[in-house]
Ligand binder design. Structure first.
Ligand code: NAD
Ligand code: FE2
Length: 387
């Protein structure tokens, strides 16, 4: 049997309406002062309305940091750490999409009274010394799976998305409440759902750490996500579709937390950094083209995924032919979901492609996991195909 190690978030609570129990969960964790990290969109959507009365009824002191932006910057992390220290926070709650949850993770480390590290010292793999404050995550998108990953992605400088990867970032608790996602707008539902599908696909073909548990999770994630993304996007109030998407994103997060993502993400990051294209859409724009590039190395694995994704449709032929059917299906899904499919339709100009390719090469942490080696010339060719 293959040797492997698998880790995930210790406690996972999944229940429609569970967000109402957030204060009780914090009290059970022994915290007296809690900082909730979120963004203005979440507040304006009223997602905290059912949560706050629980805190009012308790003797907990709650601070809210609501200034997280999409692709959060290091300055935002510093501001949130400042808020946590001012409150004397004993516990951090991330409440939102990947952006809010990622900031919450880093705050839980830096706001611990015994932390002697600066934010700059945390970047990279395995740089955090620990300890950190207790950390509970409430996802409101079915996308990043950040509630079960030991990863935070922060934008440094103006354009670079840098990863912090450490077991210390693995949250203690993930609280999944599908009711929170009922009002997620169609475009965000579609893009974040594609992000989750990419997590599953890239975990399944990850070059080094793919293992039986990550494979099992990736396959089930894809089945759930592919089967429900259209309903969740076009009929946002379908609680069942929303629940399946949240579960699918969780499984995909568990898979790629242990079998890391690769070239789709490496090429997506510069699109977010330079053009502020949302993370899920960045992935969606390069996905078919990276899969086509990878096919010569990964076709047997893609062929195993094709029938899971395409449901009842008949998938036949050689691994290469099945891979072709998978890619065609994904391309039509992207159109059906109403997402743009070309870089030129998202504000990217052709003269910027070489810069994007040069920057993608900086994401070696991810590129080493790709089933096929990617040179800068390859990255440029993929961007040209996506243009
Ligand atoms: N840590 C990880 O493992 C990991 C994995 C993938 C991506 N990421 C990072 O996560 C970030 C992207 O996260 P995301 O795609 O979840 O988007 P996001 O957190 O940036 O949120 C996108 C928008 O959706 C809004 N929103 C979120 N939930 C809502 C809801 N239920 N109803 C209405 N509006 C809602 C937010 O207000 C925001 O404006 C990027 O920075 C990306 O790099 C992290
Ligand atoms: Fe992602």
């Amino acid at each position: 049997m293959q040797n492997f190690t698998f880790s995930t978030t210790k406690t996972i609570v999944c229940e429609a309406g569970a967000a109402r129990l957030l204060a009780e969960s914090c009290r059970a964790a022994g915290a007296g002062r809690v900082l909730l990290v979120t963004d203005a969109g979440i507040l304006n959507a009223g997602l905290l309305d059912g949560v706050l009365p629980g805190f009012d009824r308790s003797d907990l002191r709650l601070g809210i940091f609501d200034r997280v932006e999409a692709d959060p910057s290091s300055a935002t992390v510093e501001a949130a750490v400042h808020a946590a220290r001012a409150l004397g926070a004993e516990m951090i709650v991330g409440f939102g999409g990947g952006s809010a949850m990622d900031v919450a993770k880093v705050v839980a480390v830096l706001a611990h009274p015994d932390c002697r590290q600066s934010l700059d010292e945390l970047y990279g793999v395995g740089s955090i010394c620990g300890p950190r404050l207790p950390l509970l995550q409430v996802p409101t998108t079915a996308g990043t799976g950040s509630e079960v990953t030991p990863i935070a992605i922060i934008t440094t400088g103006k354009t670079t998305k840098a990863g912090i990867v450490s077991p210390h970032l693995q949250p203690d608790t993930a609280l999944l409440d599908p009711q929170l996602t009922l009002g997620l707008p169609p475009k965000v539902t579609a893009a974040t759902g594609i992000d989750a599908m990419v997590h599953a696909i890239e975990a399944y073909t990850s070059a080094h750490k793919k293992n039986p548990v990550s494979d099992m999770l990736a396959r089930e994630a894809l089945r759930l996500l592919a089967g429900n993304i259209a309903n969740a996007t076009h009929r946002g109030d379908d609680l069942n579709a929303r629940s399946q998407m949240l579960l699918g994103a969780l499984y995909a997060g568990q898979a790629f937390a242990n079998a890391p993502v690769a070239a789709v993400h490496a090429l997506a990051y510069p699109l977010g950094g330079y053009f502020h294209i949302p993370h899920g859409l960045s992935n969606s724009l390069v996905l078919p083209h990276v899969l086509r590039f990878n096919a010569s190395a990964a076709a047997p694995l893609y062929a195993e995924l094709a029938p899971l994704v395409m449901g009842g449709q008949c998938v036949t032929g050689s691994p290469q032919q099945k891979t072709g059917q998978l890619i065609d299906w994904l391309e039509s899904l992207i159109v059906e979901l109403g997402l743009p499919s070309r870089l030129r339709d998202c504000g990217v100009t052709e003269d910027r492609l070489p810069q994007l390719a040069e920057d993608a090469m900086q994401q070696q942490r991810l590129l080493v996991n790709n089933p096929r080696a990617v040179t800068e010339a390859d990255a440029l060719a993929i961007y040209r195909a996506a243009f």
